[in-house]
Design a protein. Structure first.
Length: 292
């Protein structure tokens, strides 16, 4: 099997640019380690990443970084060295499952949630954390201290603020858009605002790139092309890693407020098709590797 160096592995491009080995590791852990109480042996992980073209030393250094970041905890089970998902990582993965596998798109009439915050300059690290977490939830920036998202994100935002100790810096509001003063077409006004709050042009381009990168495999499978369990695994992991990164950029606003040429729906349908066809065979491959 051909493998690649760390530099080559980290430069392999998907729709969002280079896919780093640690991103592949998070995908593998998120999909399969939770089947066994969050633990996976180093030997199994190295073999699975080798299937993806990543060398053993690169896997070990990437896992070490994830451990230092608090995402994985080293643990031996029955004499086998391995890593377990940390409690925080388990929560992140659990919260992310609906967004990845059952993303919700808002309706025009459900309203919005606003986060209005002010963090002192002396606490820049907290301000950075707040902005990073809001972005991860799909919020767009109205102004420096006012961020917006579809109304259904309210509970996630409340939980995030409490979990990170940021509740005292922010106020949450439910809101309706009342259009520009004197405007005749509120829907058009709001669509224009959405384009200023989020980079929908870039998001559309990324969805087009996702389709271009992964539609061929879906067409091959649909035409009856043979796919081994190992091939299903390598394809599924790469598709899911791209998709996982992409959906966190999509705020999930109502379709009526998005550009006329919008490929997000088609990309979601493509991912669902690949997931339905490859998830099972990919899981069988992982089980064989873990069984030795």
């Amino acid at each position: 099997m051909n493998t690649v160096s760390a530099k080559e592995a980290e430069s392999e491009s998907g729709p969002l640019g280079k896919v780093q080995p640690r991103q592949l590791i998070v995908t593998v852990y998120g999909l399969y380690a939770r089947d066994t109480d969050g633990w996976m042996s180093v030997a199994s992980l190295i073999q699975l990443l080798a299937d993806l073209g990543v060398e053993g030393p690169t896997v070990r250094s990437s896992v070490s970084r994830l451990k230092r970041a608090g995402l994985l905890d080293a643990e031996s089970v029955s004499g086998a060295a391995g890593y377990r998902i940390s409690p925080e990582t388990e929560r992140i993965l659990r919260d992310g499952d609906p967004r990845i596998f059952a993303a919700r798109r808002a309706t025009v009439d459900e309203g919005w949630v606003l986060v209005v915050f002010s963090v002192p300059e002396s606490e820049r690290a907290r301000r950075h954390t707040l902005r990073t977490q809001l972005t991860r939830l799909g919020f767009g920036s109205v102004s420096a201290g006012v961020w917006i998202a579809p109304g259904h994100v309210h509970d996630e935002a409340e939980d995030m603020l409490a979990r990170h100790g940021l509740r005292s810096y922010a106020d949450l509001f439910r809101a309706d858009y009342l259009s520009v003063a004197g405007g005749e077409d509120g829907a058009a006004d709001l669509a224009a605002k959405v384009r200023s709050w989020w980079d929908t042009v870039r998001l559309q381009r990324l969805y087009v790139e996702f389709l271009a990168a992964h539609r061929p495999v879906a067409e091959q499978i649909a035409s009856g092309g043979a796919v081994t369990d190992r091939e299903a695994f390598t394809t599924y992991i790469r598709v899911l890693t791209d998709w996982r990164r992409l959906v966190y950029l999509d705020p999930g606003v109502a379709r009526e407020l998005l550009p006329t040429e919008w490929s997000g729906t088609e990309a979601s349908e493509l991912f669902d098709e690949i997931h339905a066809r490859l998830a099972g065979p990919a899981h069988r491959h992982v089980e064989r590797v873990r069984a030795g």
